[in-house]
Design a protein around this ligand. Structure first.
Ligand code: NAD
Length: 272
Protein backbone atom coordinates (compact mmCIF):
# COMPACT_ATOMS: atom_id res chain seq x y z
CA UNK A 1 0.00 0.00 0.00
CA UNK A 2 1.23 3.49 -0.83
CA UNK A 3 1.76 5.95 2.03
CA UNK A 4 -0.99 8.17 0.60
CA UNK A 5 -3.56 5.36 0.90
CA UNK A 6 -2.33 4.30 4.33
CA UNK A 7 -3.00 7.73 5.81
CA UNK A 8 -6.04 8.58 3.67
CA UNK A 9 -8.83 10.38 5.54
CA UNK A 10 -10.51 11.90 2.50
CA UNK A 11 -14.30 11.72 2.52
CA UNK A 12 -14.37 10.74 6.21
CA UNK A 13 -16.68 12.66 8.55
CA UNK A 14 -14.87 13.97 11.62
CA UNK A 15 -16.23 15.63 14.77
CA UNK A 16 -13.81 17.53 16.98
CA UNK A 17 -14.66 18.93 20.42
CA UNK A 18 -12.67 21.90 21.64
CA UNK A 19 -12.34 22.64 17.94
CA UNK A 20 -12.12 26.42 18.17
CA UNK A 21 -8.56 26.57 19.47
CA UNK A 22 -5.26 24.83 20.09
CA UNK A 23 -5.02 21.10 19.34
CA UNK A 24 -8.65 20.87 18.20
CA UNK A 25 -8.26 23.61 15.64
CA UNK A 26 -4.94 22.22 14.40
CA UNK A 27 -6.61 18.80 14.04
CA UNK A 28 -9.58 20.28 12.19
CA UNK A 29 -7.29 22.06 9.78
CA UNK A 30 -5.17 18.96 9.13
CA UNK A 31 -8.22 16.74 8.55
CA UNK A 32 -9.95 19.30 6.29
CA UNK A 33 -6.73 19.85 4.35
CA UNK A 34 -6.64 16.11 3.71
CA UNK A 35 -10.21 15.93 2.44
CA UNK A 36 -12.20 15.00 5.56
CA UNK A 37 -15.61 16.56 6.28
CA UNK A 38 -15.04 18.33 9.57
CA UNK A 39 -17.46 19.56 12.23
CA UNK A 40 -15.86 21.71 14.91
CA UNK A 41 -17.68 21.75 18.26
CA UNK A 42 -16.89 24.24 21.01
CA UNK A 43 -18.51 25.99 23.98
CA UNK A 44 -16.98 29.34 22.96
CA UNK A 45 -19.24 30.62 20.16
CA UNK A 46 -17.06 33.65 19.28
CA UNK A 47 -13.84 31.65 19.08
CA UNK A 48 -15.64 29.01 17.03
CA UNK A 49 -16.92 31.60 14.54
CA UNK A 50 -13.40 33.03 14.25
CA UNK A 51 -11.94 29.56 13.67
CA UNK A 52 -14.45 28.71 10.95
CA UNK A 53 -13.81 32.07 9.26
CA UNK A 54 -10.04 31.72 9.40
CA UNK A 55 -10.17 28.20 7.92
CA UNK A 56 -12.60 29.47 5.27
CA UNK A 57 -10.06 32.16 4.39
CA UNK A 58 -7.63 29.32 3.60
CA UNK A 59 -10.20 27.60 1.39
CA UNK A 60 -11.10 24.99 4.04
CA UNK A 61 -14.84 24.79 4.65
CA UNK A 62 -15.90 23.18 7.90
CA UNK A 63 -19.22 22.86 9.75
CA UNK A 64 -19.55 23.96 13.34
CA UNK A 65 -21.78 23.57 16.39
CA UNK A 66 -21.76 25.40 19.69
CA UNK A 67 -22.05 22.91 22.55
CA UNK A 68 -20.78 22.38 26.06
CA UNK A 69 -19.43 18.82 26.38
CA UNK A 70 -20.81 18.59 29.91
CA UNK A 71 -24.34 19.05 28.54
CA UNK A 72 -25.45 15.64 27.33
CA UNK A 73 -28.32 16.94 25.21
CA UNK A 74 -26.23 19.70 23.64
CA UNK A 75 -23.39 17.36 22.63
CA UNK A 76 -25.92 14.84 21.27
CA UNK A 77 -27.50 17.65 19.21
CA UNK A 78 -24.08 18.60 17.83
CA UNK A 79 -23.36 14.97 16.93
CA UNK A 80 -26.78 14.53 15.29
CA UNK A 81 -26.16 17.75 13.31
CA UNK A 82 -22.85 16.38 12.03
CA UNK A 83 -24.53 13.13 10.96
CA UNK A 84 -27.31 15.06 9.23
CA UNK A 85 -24.77 17.19 7.35
CA UNK A 86 -22.16 14.56 6.46
CA UNK A 87 -24.02 11.24 6.88
CA UNK A 88 -21.63 9.70 9.42
CA UNK A 89 -19.20 10.13 12.29
CA UNK A 90 -16.16 8.19 11.15
CA UNK A 91 -13.64 10.01 13.33
CA UNK A 92 -14.33 11.49 16.76
CA UNK A 93 -11.67 13.63 18.41
CA UNK A 94 -12.82 14.07 22.03
CA UNK A 95 -10.42 16.84 22.84
CA UNK A 96 -12.17 19.61 24.79
CA UNK A 97 -10.51 20.34 28.10
CA UNK A 98 -9.52 22.97 30.62
CA UNK A 99 -6.71 23.50 33.08
CA UNK A 100 -7.26 22.73 36.76
CA UNK A 101 -5.36 25.76 38.02
CA UNK A 102 -1.76 26.02 39.21
CA UNK A 103 0.24 23.20 40.77
CA UNK A 104 1.60 22.87 44.31
CA UNK A 105 4.79 24.78 43.41
CA UNK A 106 5.02 28.31 42.02
CA UNK A 107 7.59 29.21 39.34
CA UNK A 108 10.07 30.33 42.03
CA UNK A 109 9.74 27.00 43.84
CA UNK A 110 7.64 28.42 46.69
CA UNK A 111 4.50 26.74 48.00
CA UNK A 112 1.42 28.95 47.74
CA UNK A 113 -0.89 27.93 50.63
CA UNK A 114 -3.93 28.20 48.30
CA UNK A 115 -2.63 25.49 45.95
CA UNK A 116 -1.75 22.92 48.63
CA UNK A 117 -4.04 19.87 48.74
CA UNK A 118 -5.56 20.72 52.12
CA UNK A 119 -6.74 24.10 50.80
CA UNK A 120 -7.83 23.26 47.25
CA UNK A 121 -11.48 24.08 46.55
CA UNK A 122 -13.69 21.09 45.75
CA UNK A 123 -15.27 23.21 43.00
CA UNK A 124 -11.95 23.32 41.11
CA UNK A 125 -11.68 19.53 41.22
CA UNK A 126 -15.33 19.06 40.29
CA UNK A 127 -15.13 21.43 37.30
CA UNK A 128 -11.99 19.92 35.81
CA UNK A 129 -13.29 16.36 36.25
CA UNK A 130 -16.68 17.38 34.85
CA UNK A 131 -15.22 18.85 31.65
CA UNK A 132 -12.08 16.79 31.04
CA UNK A 133 -13.39 13.36 32.09
CA UNK A 134 -17.20 13.42 32.03
CA UNK A 135 -17.21 15.70 28.96
CA UNK A 136 -15.22 13.08 27.05
CA UNK A 137 -17.51 10.30 28.33
CA UNK A 138 -20.63 12.21 27.18
CA UNK A 139 -19.03 13.03 23.82
CA UNK A 140 -18.18 9.37 23.22
CA UNK A 141 -21.67 8.27 24.34
CA UNK A 142 -23.18 10.63 21.76
CA UNK A 143 -21.12 9.13 18.90
CA UNK A 144 -21.04 5.40 19.67
CA UNK A 145 -24.61 4.49 18.54
CA UNK A 146 -23.88 6.03 15.12
CA UNK A 147 -20.49 4.26 14.90
CA UNK A 148 -22.12 0.93 15.79
CA UNK A 149 -24.67 1.54 13.04
CA UNK A 150 -21.81 2.22 10.60
CA UNK A 151 -19.94 -0.88 11.75
CA UNK A 152 -16.79 1.23 12.18
CA UNK A 153 -15.40 4.22 14.00
CA UNK A 154 -12.25 5.89 15.26
CA UNK A 155 -12.33 7.56 18.67
CA UNK A 156 -9.31 9.63 19.63
CA UNK A 157 -9.07 11.27 23.04
CA UNK A 158 -6.70 14.04 24.10
CA UNK A 159 -5.11 12.86 27.30
CA UNK A 160 -1.81 14.35 28.54
CA UNK A 161 1.67 13.36 29.63
CA UNK A 162 0.23 14.22 33.07
CA UNK A 163 -1.71 10.96 32.84
CA UNK A 164 1.60 9.11 33.22
CA UNK A 165 3.76 11.39 35.34
CA UNK A 166 3.14 13.63 38.34
CA UNK A 167 3.35 17.42 38.01
CA UNK A 168 4.59 20.31 40.12
CA UNK A 169 3.28 23.32 38.16
CA UNK A 170 -0.06 21.77 37.10
CA UNK A 171 -3.12 21.42 39.35
CA UNK A 172 -3.74 17.96 40.84
CA UNK A 173 -7.36 17.79 39.65
CA UNK A 174 -6.18 18.14 36.04
CA UNK A 175 -3.57 15.40 36.45
CA UNK A 176 -6.14 13.01 37.91
CA UNK A 177 -8.67 13.83 35.16
CA UNK A 178 -6.09 12.84 32.53
CA UNK A 179 -5.03 9.69 34.39
CA UNK A 180 -8.69 8.64 34.42
CA UNK A 181 -9.01 9.42 30.70
CA UNK A 182 -6.00 7.20 30.01
CA UNK A 183 -7.78 4.22 31.56
CA UNK A 184 -11.13 5.18 30.01
CA UNK A 185 -9.44 4.75 26.63
CA UNK A 186 -8.26 1.22 27.49
CA UNK A 187 -11.61 0.21 29.00
CA UNK A 188 -13.66 1.48 26.04
CA UNK A 189 -11.15 0.09 23.53
CA UNK A 190 -11.90 -3.34 25.03
CA UNK A 191 -15.68 -2.82 25.05
CA UNK A 192 -15.89 -1.42 21.52
CA UNK A 193 -13.33 -3.64 19.73
CA UNK A 194 -16.08 -6.12 18.80
CA UNK A 195 -17.84 -3.30 16.92
CA UNK A 196 -14.77 -2.33 14.87
CA UNK A 197 -14.48 0.92 16.81
CA UNK A 198 -10.97 1.80 17.95
CA UNK A 199 -10.26 4.04 20.93
CA UNK A 200 -6.83 5.62 21.32
CA UNK A 201 -5.20 8.53 23.13
CA UNK A 202 -2.87 11.33 22.16
CA UNK A 203 -0.95 12.56 25.19
CA UNK A 204 0.72 15.90 24.60
CA UNK A 205 3.18 17.62 26.88
CA UNK A 206 2.96 21.30 27.82
CA UNK A 207 1.89 23.25 24.73
CA UNK A 208 1.59 26.84 23.57
CA UNK A 209 -2.20 26.82 23.14
CA UNK A 210 -4.87 28.96 24.80
CA UNK A 211 -5.35 26.67 27.81
CA UNK A 212 -4.77 28.24 31.24
CA UNK A 213 -5.17 31.72 29.72
CA UNK A 214 -2.53 30.93 27.11
CA UNK A 215 0.21 30.93 29.76
CA UNK A 216 2.54 28.73 27.69
CA UNK A 217 2.57 31.40 24.99
CA UNK A 218 4.42 33.58 27.51
CA UNK A 219 8.15 33.05 26.77
CA UNK A 220 9.03 32.99 30.50
CA UNK A 221 6.51 30.26 31.29
CA UNK A 222 7.54 28.32 28.16
CA UNK A 223 11.17 28.56 29.26
CA UNK A 224 10.32 27.31 32.76
CA UNK A 225 8.44 24.26 31.42
CA UNK A 226 11.09 23.62 28.73
CA UNK A 227 13.72 23.10 31.44
CA UNK A 228 11.91 19.89 32.42
CA UNK A 229 11.51 18.58 28.85
CA UNK A 230 14.39 16.56 27.32
CA UNK A 231 13.77 18.18 23.90
CA UNK A 232 13.89 21.60 25.60
CA UNK A 233 10.81 23.15 24.06
CA UNK A 234 7.08 23.16 24.71
CA UNK A 235 4.77 21.71 22.05
CA UNK A 236 3.01 23.66 19.34
CA UNK A 237 -0.58 22.67 18.52
CA UNK A 238 0.55 21.22 15.17
CA UNK A 239 2.87 18.73 16.88
CA UNK A 240 -0.04 16.31 17.38
CA UNK A 241 -1.00 16.08 13.70
CA UNK A 242 1.15 13.02 12.90
CA UNK A 243 -0.37 11.04 15.78
CA UNK A 244 -3.86 12.24 14.90
CA UNK A 245 -3.62 11.22 11.23
CA UNK A 246 -2.23 7.85 12.28
CA UNK A 247 -5.15 7.12 14.65
CA UNK A 248 -7.73 8.52 12.18
CA UNK A 249 -6.53 6.62 9.10
CA UNK A 250 -6.19 3.03 7.82
CA UNK A 251 -2.58 3.07 9.13
CA UNK A 252 -3.90 2.24 12.63
CA UNK A 253 -6.61 -0.26 11.61
CA UNK A 254 -5.36 -2.86 14.14
CA UNK A 255 -4.38 -0.43 16.92
CA UNK A 256 -6.71 0.14 19.88
CA UNK A 257 -6.27 1.07 23.53
CA UNK A 258 -2.98 2.74 22.62
CA UNK A 259 -1.44 6.04 23.60
CA UNK A 260 1.01 8.16 21.65
CA UNK A 261 2.99 10.58 23.77
CA UNK A 262 3.70 13.85 21.98
CA UNK A 263 5.71 15.41 24.78
CA UNK A 264 9.33 15.92 23.70
CA UNK A 265 10.31 13.18 26.17
CA UNK A 266 8.69 14.87 29.19
CA UNK A 267 7.77 11.56 30.87
CA UNK A 268 11.28 10.12 30.53
CA UNK A 269 12.77 11.76 33.59
CA UNK A 270 15.06 14.65 34.46
CA UNK A 271 16.05 16.75 31.43
CA UNK A 272 19.78 17.34 30.90
P1 NAD B 1 -7.23 25.46 24.15
O1 NAD B 1 -7.75 26.24 25.33
O2 NAD B 1 -6.43 26.18 23.13
O3 NAD B 1 -8.42 24.68 23.45
C1 NAD B 1 -9.41 24.03 24.21
C2 NAD B 1 -10.77 24.32 23.57
O4 NAD B 1 -11.74 23.56 24.33
C3 NAD B 1 -11.19 25.79 23.67
O5 NAD B 1 -11.59 26.27 22.41
C4 NAD B 1 -12.34 25.78 24.66
O6 NAD B 1 -13.33 26.78 24.43
C5 NAD B 1 -12.89 24.39 24.48
N1 NAD B 1 -13.65 23.96 25.65
C6 NAD B 1 -13.34 24.12 26.96
N2 NAD B 1 -14.33 23.65 27.73
C7 NAD B 1 -15.29 23.17 26.89
C8 NAD B 1 -16.54 22.58 27.10
N3 NAD B 1 -17.03 22.40 28.33
N4 NAD B 1 -17.28 22.20 26.01
C9 NAD B 1 -16.80 22.39 24.76
N5 NAD B 1 -15.61 22.98 24.49
C10 NAD B 1 -14.86 23.36 25.56
O7 NAD B 1 -6.35 24.30 24.83
P2 NAD B 1 -5.65 23.00 24.23
O8 NAD B 1 -4.33 22.94 24.89
O9 NAD B 1 -5.73 22.93 22.76
O10 NAD B 1 -6.56 21.87 24.89
C11 NAD B 1 -7.07 20.79 24.15
C12 NAD B 1 -6.86 19.53 24.96
O11 NAD B 1 -5.46 19.30 25.10
C13 NAD B 1 -7.42 19.57 26.38
O12 NAD B 1 -8.07 18.36 26.66
C14 NAD B 1 -6.19 19.71 27.22
O13 NAD B 1 -6.35 19.21 28.52
C15 NAD B 1 -5.20 18.90 26.42
N6 NAD B 1 -3.78 19.12 26.73
C16 NAD B 1 -3.27 20.37 26.67
C17 NAD B 1 -1.92 20.56 26.98
C18 NAD B 1 -1.30 21.95 26.93
O14 NAD B 1 -0.30 22.19 27.61
N7 NAD B 1 -1.85 22.87 26.15
C19 NAD B 1 -1.11 19.47 27.31
C20 NAD B 1 -1.69 18.20 27.33
C21 NAD B 1 -3.02 18.04 27.05
Amino acid sequence: MKIGQLFDVSGKAAVITGGASGFGLAAGKALALNGAHVTLVDVNADALARAVKSLGGEGLHVASAVADVTDKLAIQDAMDGAVKTFGAVDILFANAGISGGPGFLAADGSRNPATQIENQASEVWEKVLDINLMGAVKTIQAAVPQMKKQGAGRIIVTSSCSATKTEIFVGSGYVISKAALGHLVRQLAHELAAFNITVNAISPGPAATNIAGGRMKDPQAAELFSRYIPMHRVAQAEDIIGALLFFASPASAYVTGAEILVDGGAVLGIAD
